[in-house]
Design a protein around this ligand. Structure first.
Ligand SMILES: *Cc1c(COP(=O)(O)O)cnc(C)c1O
Length: 400
């Protein structure tokens, strides 16, 4: 009998007791809305913003309703208008082109390399077509950020970072989300901190911060944003900026604060699991491990590998065989969007020209979540199962 994995790929850890207690205290107070405070009280949401700004070394922080909301707000705050083109990754997930569509703008997709990062040659070729790049650090893979920023800087392109998968990650020690004009993070259940839904927005730009705060629905209470810019920054924009409500509430903020304090520890635990799986997958015929750049501080909350040049049926066969043994894999090469997974040509509201080089990479990307509820032994077992099934299908295909 071949071994079976019995764990769940969608089971997260419980909210820390400290977060549960803080949440109960907020509920007992009845003051869930961020602007509903007792005299002298600082709202949980404000404390969260101050703490996260300090954690990543940003001047300003705004907590919002979701990561997608943070991205759309960032696009509006930097001045993207309906009809504008916005550069973004071909390899990403639906909320990213969705944020561009939310402001009436048009995504221009930039290709993906075999290291699963944005293709800087393709970026250089397309950079003159837009004023903004919504850069998605998809699945935690960081491009060469210095080279990327140099290309964008030379072309006067503003970079907004989608850090849904890089909260806690860094490039040469610089926290992900602080190199572009705005960094956007998600606090949704499947990301690195869990408040069900939620998002964080950081920037060093006072005007962008002020616009984002007004957009999020601050009414004229913006002076209560202690992680926001001084009130002079709101002087004009408070009349010009629409209220597009998407605030965070004190209940979510209370749950998130202890999780952010533990983020470093959690990232180290993710990486132990990631590297255990990576080690187990090395030297599998037909399977390419994604080598991570030495400049990257990664957060291994998911792992990817390539089945380069495989035909689709063989990849599907690997997935089916792994699924039978309890290992849930996702494939970015599928023609039809499935579950959370879709690809640039399944977003039919965008008129996207075919990208053959990226298609060849996407056709080989296999992806797996690594929840912290897995033990190191679970990870070793998962790797053994994948390795055996990939080898079996590969040998059959090559009549070995
Ligand atoms: C989850 C996710 C987001 C934002 O997600 P929300 O669910 O809106 O918080 C953004 N980008 C990527 C790549 C994601 O996976």
């Amino acid at each position: 009998m071949s071994e079976m994995f019995k764990g769940s790929f969608t089971q997260q850890e419980p909210i820390p007791e400290e977060g549960i207690e803080a949440a109960v205290a907020v509920m007992r107070s009845g003051r869930l809305h961020r602007y509903n405070t007792a005299p002298g009280e600082i709202a949980q949401t404000v404390l969260l913003e101050q703490e996260f700004a300090a954690q990543v070394g940003a001047k300003y922080c705004l907590a919002v309703a979701s990561g997608g909301y943070a991205m759309a707000t960032a696009l509006r705050a930097v001045g993207v208008k309906p009809g504008d083109q916005v550069l973004t990754n071909a390899f990403t997930l639906a909320p990213v082109p969705g944020a561009i569509a939310a402001v009436g703008a048009v995504p221009v997709f930039v290709g993906v390399t075999e290291n699963l990062v944005i293709d800087l040659d393709d970026l250089a070729a397309k950079v003159d077509r837009a004023d903004v790049l919504l850069l998605s650090h998809m699945r935690g893979h960081l491009a060469d950020m210095e080279a990327l920023m140099a290309i964008c800087h030379a072309a006067n392109v503003t970079v907004i970072e989608d850090c849904a998968h890089t909260m806690g990650a860094a490039w040469k020690g610089v926290p992900s989300g602080t190199q572009g004009k705005v960094g956007c993070y998600s606090c949704q259940t499947y990301k690195h901190v869990n408040s069900g839904e939620g998002g964080l927005f950081v920037t060093d730009d006072a005007e962008v911060a002020a616009r984002a705060i007004m957009l999020s629905g601050s009414y004229m209470l913006y002076e209560r944003h202690l992680a926001g810019p001084p009130k002079e920054a709101f002087e004009t924009i408070r009349y010009e900026t629409p209220n597009i409500s998407g605030r965070m509430d004190n209940l979510r903020a209370a749950i998130l604060r202890p999780q952010l304090r533990a983020l470093g520890v959690q990232c180290a635990r993710w990486n132990e699991r990631y590297f255990e799986i990576e080690k187990g997958l090395r030297n599998t015929p037909g399977l390419t491990v994604i080598e991570r750049a030495k400049e990257e501080t990664i957060v291994g909350s998911s792992i990817q590998f390539l089945l380069k040049g495989w035909d689709g049926d063989a990849v599907k066969d690997v997935m089916a065989r792994c699924a039978k043994r309890g290992v849930e894999l996702k494939w970015f090469g599928g023609a039809e969007p499935v579950g959370f997974t879709s690809r640039y040509d399944s977003w039919r509201y965008v008129d996207a020209p075919a990208m053959p080089a990226s298609d060849a990479v996407l056709a080989g990307i296999v992806d797996m979540r690594v929840p912290l509820t897995f033990t190191i032994e679970d990870c070793a077992q998962i790797a053994r199962i994948i390795k055996a099934e990939v080898a079996a299908v590969f040998q059959r295909a090559h009549r070995l």
